[in-house]
Write a protein that binds this ligand. Structure first.
Ligand code: ATP
Length: 239
């Protein structure tokens, strides 16, 4: 592909105290791609997203966007540059309404009309949020809060949306819904880096994927190729 590289990590290492959680991984995400990062518990997926979004310091390696280093910047600077993470556990503002949460997502913007238009776009993607727009976020179900967290991230107009386990803890119906929405967001032109333990679903949606194991990238390929790879099937797809 010749699309611009919106995110590129090279030989990235991240440690907690003396323990290396990410041991020299490299990957890239090009504009318009949906890239999935899969792997078992503790493989280092969340740590990778935290490093990319500046919430966990890196030990060594480089992180670039469009040829410019973005390593060692704070999370807020990275949000301004369009790298926006929806964390595991979501972190919505529980005592604010849905609409207020979405407005908070736009705090870095001052284009009033654009913000209103984007709230309408988010409501088009998530009709459930529109129905409940005056409800307090804290009173919504886990799946609804996941939708809200994704909607709020979209309000920043991300260049790359980084999703950490969006299906975690949700009922099967809500899992279906969330993956549908991830596909929809991608089809609307948003570049997505998706971290998931649900390897089947994540690879079905992915243009490309990376498999992580014990802090290292052990396999990479198109979503289709990884889905049909016997090693992936044996280790991650429960076959
Ligand atoms: P999961 O799918 O279970 O969330 P993961 O692939 O996202 O796993 P990480 O959360 O990145 O994995 O964890 C990688 C390793 O780093 C694990 O061994 C974990 O115990 C360790 N780790 C994560 N966060 C911390 C922390 N704050 N302090 C110390 N060790 C940590």
């Amino acid at each position: 592909s010749s699309a611009p590289v919106l995110l590129k990590a090279t030989d990235l290492r991240v440690a907690y105290g003396g323990i290396q959680a990410v041991k020299g991984i490299s990957f890239e995400v090009r504009q318009g791609e949906l890239v999935s990062l899969i792997g078992a518990n503790g493989a280092g997926k969340t740590t990778t997203l935290k490093a990319v979004t500046g919430t966990q310091p890196i030990l060594s390696g480089t992180i670039e966007s469009m040829g410019q280093s973005i390593a060692r910047q704070g999370p807020w600077d990275l949000v301004r540059q369009g790298l926006v993470m929806v964390p595991e556990g979501r972190g919505t503002f529980t005592r604010m309404t849905i609409t207020e949460n979405l407005q908070m997502g736009a705090y870095i913007r001052n284009d009033k009309q654009g913000i209103l238009d984007d709230i309408d776009k988010v409501f088009a993607i998530f009709p459930r949020l529109k129905e409940r727009r005056n409800q307090l976020a804290g009173t919504m179900s886990g799946g609804e809060q996941q939708m809200l967290a994704m909607g709020r991230a979209l309000m920043t107009q991300p260049k790359v949306l980084l999703l950490d386990e969006p299906s975690m803890g949700l009922s099967p119906i809500m899992v279906d819904k969330i993956f549908e929405v991830v596909a929809d967001i991608h089809q609307r032109g948003v570049t997505v880096l998706l971290v998931e333990q649900n390897a089947t679903r994540a690879l079905q949606l992915a243009d490309r994927g990376y498999v992580m194991d014990s802090g290292e990238v052990t396999m990479t390929g198109t979503g289709h190729d990884l889905l049909s790879d016997p090693r992936v099937r044996a280790a991650y797809l429960g076959e």
